[in-house]
Design a binder for this molecule. Structure first.
Ligand SMILES: C[S@@+](CC[C@H](N)C(=O)[O-])C[C@H]1O[C@@H](n2cnc3c(N)ncnc32)[C@H](O)[C@@H]1O
Length: 366
């Protein structure tokens, strides 16, 4: 088969589906006119295409902390539109390789199209980053020089109303309550609202949205669905309004409810915990892990997981002698999280909550 007949399809590599990574001979660098458009005062680079518009957050800082050399092998566990991946491919020229994981086929398609000129230096894999160690095993790769996780949803996913991540558009009555980043995942947000118990709903709103009035909203959902299913973003907004929660608070309650549901639908926190453990396992000594989190729940998990890896021993503080046998596997590079400068936030308001933390794999065995 010729390369363009293969392009955009997926194939099976052992158990791992893998997008065709070699879409043809590499084109000259910077040929694509939609790439490498200055984004923030010409200092950082926005990598945008017409249909997949996402400005990579903390790009300079990500590259600096990944500390990459030419020829490096890097996992981008959240490929998105390939903004960070593009900069990594540039930095690791001429022969560095990026394994780009994303469970959203639209994201992988956009990244492959934009980065076509890098040929098989970009391998795209449909999977969750929580399985990144298994993905590497399937590819026959033992260890990598860097892992990047730029968490959450892309601007494209947020803006594309059919995905159901945003609320309040004029088409809210037709916007399905979906919120799956992986369209093949079994349960969309509407399914969760249909099946979850009142207690489960309350726990999600409380734990993932820190929503005042979680209990009241959970009850309102259970009462409403007895009359009619909650299927669109407009349906859910009506229930939130009628429940009368969060009035006069700093955050719009709908923002918190949508955040909580999105986290639940995609098991975002479970995936993050697994992904961090997997990243620690696959990094070579001296390899770097960079994580950009967008809310405190994610950032807390990153901070605690990696601090524990940097401490080694997991025994309770009062234990006089270590009995767990834990070894130190990571070194913390950023004592405090790095946040975008005002200039970046002005140019890209969605960067405002980004917090970057970086870590380095130690020499010690895992
Ligand atoms: C913030 S965007 C990444 C943007 C990318 N860094 C860029 O510059 O274009 C996050 C992406 O990660 C993907 N994603 C989120 N959680 C994931 C997971 N557990 N496994 C794989 N992909 C995930 C989303 O589908 C989305 O495309």
């Amino acid at each position: 088969m010729s390369w363009d007949a293969n392009y955009g399809s997926t194939w099976l590599l052992g158990g791992t589906r893998r997008d065709i990574g070699n879409p043809g001979p590499p084109a000259p660098l910077h040929r694509n006119p939609t790439s490498l458009i200055p984004c923030v005062g010409g200092r950082r680079l926005a990598l945008v295409t017409k249909d997949f518009d996402h400005c990579p957050v903390l790009l300079t800082e990500s590259l600096q902390h990944l500390n990459l050399q030419p020829g490096a092998l890097v996992i981008d566990g959240t490929l998105g539109g390939g903004g960070h991946a593009e900069a990594i491919l540039e930095r690791t020229s001429p022969d560095g390789v990026v394994v780009g994981i994303d469970h959203d086929p639209e994201a992988r398609r956009a990244a492959r199209e934009r980065l076509i000129r890098y040929g098989d230096r970009l391998q795209t894999v449909p999977s969750s980053f929580r399985h990144l160690d298994k993905v590497l095993e399937e590819l026959g790769i033992e260890s990598v020089d860097g892992v990047l996780l730029d968490l959450g949803v892309s601007s494209y996913q947020l803006d594309e109303s059919s995905r159901g991540f945003r609320f309040g558009g004029t088409d809210a009555d037709e916007t399905p309550l979906d919120m799956r980043m992986d369209p093949e995942a079994k349960l969309a947000a509407a399914d969760l609202l249909k099946a979850a118990s009142a207690q489960q709903l309350q726990d999600w709103f409380q734990n993932y949205g820190e929503l005042p009035g979680s209990r009241r909203l959970a009850k309102a959902i259970v009462d409403t669905r007895k009359e009619a299913p909650i299927l669109t973003t407009a349906d859910l907004l009506r229930v939130i309004q009628e429940a009368g929660i969060g009035r006069g608070r700093k955050h719009n309650p709908a923002t918190l409810v949508f955040q909580a549901l999105r986290i639940a639908v995609n098991d975002e926190l479970g995936a993050l915990r697994d992904g961090l453990d997997a990243a620690i396992r696959v990094l070579r000594p001296g390899g770097r892990l960079v994580v950009i989190a967008y809310h405190s729940l994610e950032d807390r998990i990153v901070k605690h997981t990696l601090r524990a890896a940097a401490k080694g021993c997991k025994c309770p503080p009062a234990t006089p002698v270590c009995i767990c046998g834990g070894t130190i596997t990571m070194r913390v590079i950023t004592r405090r999280p790095i946040q975008p400068e005002d200039e970046e936030v002005k140019a890209n308001p969605r960067a405002r909550s980004g917090k970057l933390r970086a870590f380095e794999r130690t020499e010690a065995a895992a």
